[in-house]
Write a protein that binds this ligand. Sequence first.
Ligand code: FA5
Length: 347
Amino acid sequence: MHDWRRTVDGLREQGLRELSAISDPQALERWRVGYLGRRGALTDALRGLSRLPAEERPAAGQAANDAKRALEAALAEREGALREQALSRDLEEERLDVTMPGRPPARGGLHPTTLILRQITAFFGGLGYQVVEGPEVELEKYNFEMLNIPRDHPARDMFDTMYVRPPEVVLRTHTSPMQARVMEARSEEARAQHLPAPPVRVVVPGRCYRYEAQDATHEWMFYQVEGLAVDVGLTMADLKGTLAAFARHMFGSDVKTRFRCDYFPFVEPGVDFSISTPSVRGGAWLEILGAGMVHPRVLRMAGYDPDAYNGFAFGMGPERIAMLKYGISDIRGFYSNDLRFLEQFAS
Ligand code: FA5
């Protein structure tokens, strides 16, 4: 065998062997330069052919070119294979297991006051009451005066008032000022159109403030829901029926209800309303709101003729109702932003 053939065949075999062991692009490039580059082994061999005798040159040239093409083809194939490997490695890294159980996002929940407010407004909404809201920074005129509590009236002591600008501007101590505001607005609007004042059915949820020592059942900031119905011929029976239906809605059909005399300057007669149900504190009587027939002077001051209209009103504490319903023993949990308390209500 000619020397040149041994050289060419040897290079070809060695090249292919080395190539098959290569697994990264840098090594592949080194291999290409080593065999097929301008100073590569095979290129050198091809150059050396010129020194061969003329009759051997064609066969040797042919063999060297075949070897070059074989190495080039093998290189292209190896490149392709490495690219493919890299690609499938990438894909493997990016692979998503769609069957894996998801991680649920942390969900917030409704505040217990919100839960109760929604239940209350939904019930009265069903009876045709409108939900309205009013200012928390209130004029003394509406918080007291228009509710038949003149200045220097001892009943002002019932409400430990926080003043924003004494004596005219207060933080409302209850939602009752909205009784006066709603009636006044409706009677004025009707009068402007020469119409009789319209009947009223509203509930007013909102925050109230009192300068009060905190304890398990008293906050300095709390909610109330006011209710007001004004119409021709309303009686105490309407008030009793409405509140009894409300108590059944909130506490179940076996709830017992009780009215007792109470005093609020803006109602006559005035009552407090208590409930008793076996599932709450062993059936003990618990007061949940104050109520009564709207005082004739309150009607008159707000533009309603007390000889033609009657009304009833009530004011309840939704936190106290939530405490009964959810077995909460201390009202101070509501607004101290402790997640351990609030998360118990997340639904
Ligand atoms: C009033 O505020 C009257 N405006 C209610 C009313 C309306 C009577 C219409 C007649 C007609 P009282 O001060 O009792 O009344 O408060 C009513 C309810 O608000 C209470 O039963 C209680 O549930 C809640 N409440 C009062 N003070 C606080 C407080 N410091 N913290 C939490 N809840 C309170």
